[in-house]
Write a protein that binds this ligand. Structure first.
Ligand code: G3P
Length: 218
């Protein structure tokens, strides 16, 4: 399973990249605003800065919501760098924009997916990635992981090339369960990735190894 980091914070992206396990970055307008990135020029420059840190796949979301404007904004984003994936919301004009951008060889990530029908539509439109938001489903007492299972199974039935990018991943168990189900990618905050490092028996075991080594070398 590929690991993407879900942030627009350059320090966190660098830290994840330095760990050597990062496969890409997802952003959204809320995450950009959280970092204080506003104004078209500043936003485009920030996407370029992110692209300069990672090896591939930086999802940059369009703000437009009508077909022509989404396509034109998507093309402008794609021109920033080959690593850019244009993120498009699951709305009617969004599906049309995904079809148009895919036909021109521009990679897309269909976002705000909350049911299997939306995921099927995005795949038929030729989306490179589909982003089901599992944490937000859990928030409303609906099982986000069941949705990942459904999408993985539907895509397998027809060999769709669209990759299942589990989003709104809130904790390490989400990440592990996504891997068990067979999601292609999970995107999450840095803290969820670093939480995978932790086990008290690892810490106490290492402490004992080092103490025994010290004793043996006296
Ligand atoms: O990738 C989607 C993500 O940014 C949403 O996460 O935690 O706001 O539901 P969250």
């Amino acid at each position: 399973m590929k690991f993407f980091i879900d942030t627009a914070n350059l320090n966190e992206i660098r830290e994840a990249q330095d760990l050597g396990v990062l496969d890409g970055v997802t952003t959204n307008p809320s995450l950009m605003a959280k970092e204080g990135i506003t104004g078209e020029e500043h936003i485009l420059k920030h996407y370029k800065d992110i692209c300069d840190i990672v090896d591939d796949s930086v999802s940059a979301e369009v703000i437009a919501t009508d077909f022509a404007a989404m396509v034109s904004e998507g093309k402008a984003l794609a021109e920033i760098d080959d690593k850019i994936v244009v993120k498009i919301p699951m709305i009617k004009d969004g599906v049309k924009a995904i079809t148009a951008l895919s036909a021109e060889g521009i990679r897309t990530n269909c976002t705000l997916i909350f049911n299997a029908g939306q995921a099927l539509l995005a795949a038929k439109a030729g989306a490179s990635y589909v982003s089901p938001f599992i944490g937000r489903l859990d928030d409303i007492c609906s099982d986000g992981l069941v949705l990942i299972e459904q999408i993985v199974s539907i895509y397998d039935n027809y060999a769709y090339e669209t990759e299942v990018l589990a989003a709104s991943v809130r904790h390490s168990m989400h990440l592990i369960q996504c891997a068990e189900i067979g999601a292609d990618i999970a995107t999450c905050p840095l803290s969820v990735i670093t939480a995978l490092l932790k086990h008290p028996l690892t810490d106490s075991g290492l402490e004992k190894f080092l103490a025994d080594h010290k004793k043996g070398n006296k």
